[in-house]
Ligand binder design. Structure first.
Ligand code: 13P
Length: 249
């Protein structure tokens, strides 16, 4: 089935209020490519202002807590993101799995919290370099997918982002054959788990995506979009990726 291309910017811990102009430029130009779904996930501090400045635009958080509220200093609940104007949330990014010790069970609980609050979820998986080199990448990632997925979910509201850790921020990218093999394996595992609904799920690739490699990566088998870090911070770098998605739509 035809799945709409989905190009998402993850600003990570970058951006001040002065960056809102850049986001405005991105959303305005992205509207010229209506065949592509575009979203930006700024730091929590900018979610409300970015959503307010671009009504109708898809703004998201980069994480949420699994609980609805409570004594969790420094954390943000999914309902708070909704309240600030967010429509989506990223969960399970490797910078949180590795840097904050998040387990598959934690990621699953966060995904369930996000969906429960009404957010669409982007659930990240990806292998470290040593696992890729040992030939175990597919088994490693499929285990993450199986253990992190909510027990039940609407397949149109949950996307999986495959982000090999060794490709993030390094300028290294897997071959298109390796990306297609991974995405095909993820789709097959999803199909085993949820049946025909797996065809509706969007699988994004992330890791050093830029304007030069986007057409090839987005054109690989079972790749429905991109989760973009560094190249999402400016309209000049992000829009060619959106345009590459539109050209394939
Ligand atoms: P880069 O595009 O900077 O490699 O980051 C990818 C990523 O981690 C997006 O979530």
């Amino acid at each position: 089935m035809a799945r709409r291309k989905y190009v998402v910017g993850n600003w990570k811990m970058n951006g001040l209020r002065e960056s809102l102009d850049e986001a405005g430029a991105i959303f305005a130009a992205a509207a010229e490519h209506p065949s592509v779904d575009v979203a930006l996930c700024p730091p929590f501090t900018l979610v409300g202002a970015m959503a307010a400045a671009a009504p109708g635009a898809a703004v998201g958080g980069q994480d949420c807590h699994a609980a609805a509220s409570g004594a969790y200093t420094g954390s943000v609940a999914a309902a708070m993101l909704v309240d600030a104007g967010a429509r989506i949330v990223i969960v399970g990014h490797s910078e949180r799995r590795e840097g904050c010790g998040e387990s598959d069970a934690d990621v699953k609980a966060k995904a369930e919290a996000g969906l429960g609050a009404g957010l669409d979820v982007i659930l990240c998986v990806g292998e470290p370099r040593k696992i890729r080199e040992s030939g175990g990448a597919i088994d490693f990632v499929l285990a993450q997918v199986r253990e992190s997925l909510p027990d039940s979910f609407d397949p149109t509201r949950l996307a999986i982002a495959y982000e090999p850790i060794w490709a993030i921020g390094t300028g290294l990218v897997p071959t298109t054959e390796d990306v297609a093999a991974m995405h095909g394996s993820i789709r097959a595992a999803l199909s085993e788990r949820i049946g025909a609904g797996a065809e509706k799920m969007r699988l994004l690739y992330g890791g050093s995506v830029n304007g030069d490699n986007a057409a090839e990566l987005l054109g690989a088998g079972d790749v429905d979009g991109a989760l973009v870090g560094g190249a999402s911070l400016t309209a000049g770098k992000f829009l060619p990726i959106v345009a590459a998605g539109a050209a394939l739509s």
